[in-house]
Design a protein around this ligand. Structure first.
Ligand SMILES: *[C@@H]1O[C@H](CO)[C@@H](O)[C@H](O)[C@H]1NC(C)=O
Ligand SMILES: *[C@@H]1O[C@H](CO)[C@@H](O)[C@H](O)[C@H]1NC(C)=O
Length: 381
């Protein structure tokens, strides 16, 4: 009994020493912080099935002649964009074939009547074949009544990739993009009728894939279903509505990291959606160096072949961040982002040459003034 009282008194005097209390408080704080760190990110929602290649691109059994990159173009601006992407792919190297779908009304041998040289469009079509080993596929553009012609032509041409039945798989990529690293491994992800990246920058709920990149298993059956859906498409139904109708629940997810980076990511404050649930910090240099494909998307900043008005650029370019140490600012987001646009302009000049200069987004003289603001005549109709 005396022993017990002795020890409890010893314990009480020990726990009341300042050193013990400090250690105790520190321990509690440490455990508390650990707990918060471990629990402060959202629980993962069940993400769409994501995939990774199951074998190496070096595998001898892969028949690369049955695999192809595909781009489609509907306007001279996009023809130049597509050529820039072919240039990326050629520079990096790739094993798969290259196909470009374009309107059959364009003539690859068209000559300017005045100087008897190839027209800019014809020159670029020939350059695709001669410099970048691209096979040209002229197609009739299906016109649809009641829809905005250009948007529909765009949507429709994209879906024609399902008709490339001589290939086992085609990777259709939007041409307002940059291929930063070799994408060949995407051709050997597990079989699926269709694989696309998820719209990671959108709402967390709901079924949404991005058609910026579509890995398609072309087949006569798939294309006839698509053609049928096209025939029945309403005025406001475009490529993604048709894909949604036919492939809901069957699409394999291509991880956005590293396969589908948006330039707009550098303008965001919160990068949780891009980074995923691992507690990693945003580092723009690392993100850019690991990305393999990047899409230009910075609304309201115009696409990179349009010269953005200065005040718009100043207003919407990435903000500098307050760095944690010593209060220095970190402007890497802005520097990288501005360089992406600057490099695009340089590359455009080098790859496409005269006739494809950056366009100005200044409003034309016949602009219309309404509700206290000027509109481009096309906007008002
Ligand atoms: C589109 O309109 C034209 C006449 O403007 C008509 O001849 C054609 O049948 C229409 N096509 C469809 C698919 O409705
Ligand atoms: C689909 O491909 C076939 C065979 O290559 C071709 O004959 C047909 O015109 C194509 N369809 C369209 C709508 O382009």
């Amino acid at each position: 009994m005396a022993g017990y009282r002795y020890y409890s008194r010893r314990l009480k005097s020990l726990t009341s020493t300042p050193a013990f209390q400090v250690i105790g408080i520190c321990l509690c704080l440490f455990l508390g912080i650990q707990w918060v760190l471990r629990h402060n990110h959202d629980e993962d929602e069940a993400p769409p099935r994501a995939v990774a290649p199951t074998r190496s691109v070096e595998d001898e059994g892969i028949d690369w002649s049955k695999l192809s990159y595909v781009q489609y173009v509907t306007s001279p601006e996009y023809l130049c964009n597509a050529l820039m992407v072919w240039h990326n792919i050629e520079e990096i190297g790739s094993r798969a074939k290259r196909i470009m779908i374009y309107p059959s009304t364009w003539d690859p041998n068209e000559v300017d009547e005045i100087d008897l040289k190839l027209t800019p469009v014809a020159r670029l079509l020939q350059s695709a074949v001669n410099d970048y080993y691209v096979q040209l596929r002229p197609v009739e553009v299906l016109h649809q009544n009641g829809t905005k012609e250009e948007t529909w032509a765009d949507s429709y041409m994209k879906l024609l990739a399902f008709n490339l039945t001589e290939f086992d798989r085609v990777l259709a990529i939007d041409s307002d993009s940059v291929v930063l690293q070799n994408l060949d491994e995407l051709f050997i992800i597990p079989e699926a009728p269709l694989a696309m990246p998820y719209v990671y920058w959108g709402e967390p709920q709901g079924w949404e894939f991005s058609s910026q990149m579509m890995l398609i298993a072309p087949s006569a059956e798939a294309f006839s279903n698509i053609e049928e859906a096209i025939q029945m498409a309403g005025d406001d139904e475009y490529d993604m509505d048709i894909i949604n109708k036919l492939y809901k629940g069957k699409v394999l997810k291509i991880p956005q990291r590293p396969y589908d980076l948006l330039t707009g990511e550098f303008r965001r404050k919160d990068h949780k959606a891009w980074l995923g649930s691992n507690p990693e910090k945003w580092d723009p240099d690392t993100v850019l160096s690991e990305a393999k494909f990047m899409h230009f998307s910075d609304w309201p900043i115009p696409k990179p072949w349009m010269r953005a008005p200065r005040d718009l650029l100043n207003k919407h370019m990435p903000k500098c961040r307050q760095s944690e140490w010593f209060g220095a600012t970190d402007c890497r987001d802005r520097t990288i982002w501005l360089k992406l646009y600057y490099d695009f302009a340089l590359r455009r000049k080098a790859v496409c040459g005269p006739g494809f200069e950056l366009e100005s987004q200044e409003l034309p003289p016949d602009s219309i003034y309404r509700h206290g603001r000027w509109f481009h005549p096309d906007e008002v109709g």
